[in-house]
Design a protein around this ligand. Structure first.
Ligand SMILES: NC(=O)c1ccc[n+]([C@@H]2O[C@H](COP(=O)([O-])OP(=O)(O)OC[C@H]3O[C@@H](n4cnc5c(N)ncnc54)[C@H](OP(=O)(O)O)[C@@H]3O)[C@@H](O)[C@H]2O)c1
Length: 258
């Protein structure tokens, strides 16, 4: 048998059978990725707070012949993220991929002192990613196999007015991902950080300041590309042969200048 390559057929084959835990799977990028990977034979374990949405997604995936499990998860609670990973291991025997995707983007200028928004953004976007790493890493270290994918943003590469706190959290995700990458080499664990540009999702709805939300909604209406674009990036990274570690992906709509 020849060794697997990165060809499209092999990417598909390498995705099939993988057990993939996805946080923030109830809408947007996480939901699209769950569907995309399940259609290609991955087992998907879905976490988010809106559990009724997760159950509907599981039903849809199962109706199409896929395998999925929903676990109510608030990523700001370490024990709930651990429960999500433990449920996957209990049901399917292992996890191959941890996709730390849950996130918020409540933009506002710093001078408006939206301290509750700052706290929530830091709790979900940074602590939530750390809790995902904490839940998955020991299991992957024991198996000497696994793949941790964190979701940053173009905003993790650039900062704009009203976006300082969000950009700070997404920069933190990049830093954590690079530190993780270096530390997990002895354990044969792969790490990827994906930084999307504008992608269609419910993300602008997390903005609590009406005037700021309006501008960003218009930007998304003009530029955002379908959420499946993100799902394809995830599949590309997961689907590489085991000796290939795709560490960073930065992608935008072709029309997006920022
Ligand atoms: N869309 C874009 O243009 C874009 C660009 C760059 C980066 N991103 C990143 O992509 C990721 C996914 O966002 P999206 O665009 O798909 O937005 P979305 O449609 O609003 O989805 C966000 C997801 O995060 C979940 N979430 C929020 N708070 C949570 C919590 N405390 N515990 C568990 N889950 C929580 C939500 O589920 P529940 O509310 O049900 O808990 C939802 O499933 C985020 O990290 C975002 O920063 C998006």
């Amino acid at each position: 048998m020849t060794a697997p390559t990165g060809s499209a057929a092999d990417v598909h084959a390498n995705v099939a059978g993988k057990v993939v835990v996805i946080t923030g799977a109830s809408s947007g990028l996480g939901e699209a990725t769950a569907k995309y990977l399940a259609e290609r034979g991955a087992v998907v374990v879905l976490g988010a707070r809106r559990v009724e949405r997760l159950h509907a997604l599981v039903d849809e995936i199962v109706a199409r012949g896929g395998e999925a499990l929903a676990v109510a998860t608030d990523v700001t609670r370490h024990e709930q993220v651990q429960r999500l990973v433990d449920a996957a291991v209990e049901r399917y025997g292992r996890i191959d991929v941890m996709l730390n995707n849950a996130g918020l983007m409540p933009h506002s200028p710093l001078e408006r002192l939206k301290i509750d928004d700052w706290d929530r953004t830091i709790d979900v976007n940074i602590k939530g990613v750390l809790y995902g790493i904490a839940a998955a890493l020991p299991h992957m270290q024991r198996r000497k196999s696994g793949h941790i994918i964190n979701v940053s943003s173009v905003a993790g590469h650039k900062v704009r007015p009203a976006g300082a706190v969000y950009s700070a959290t997404k920069t933190a995700v990049r830093v954590l991902s690079e530190g993780l990458r270096q530390e997990v080499k002895p354990y044969n664990i792969r790490t990827t950080v994906i930084s999307p540009g504008a992608v269609q999702s419910e993300l602008p709805q997390s903005i609590t300041e009406r005037d700021i939300a309006h501008g960003i909604e218009q930007f998304y209406e003009q530029y955002a590309i379908p959420a499946e674009s993100f799902a394809r990036m995830v599949a590309f990274a997961i689907g590489q042969p085991e000796d290939v570690d795709v560490n960073e992906i930065l992608f935008r709509p072709t029309s997006q200048e920022l």
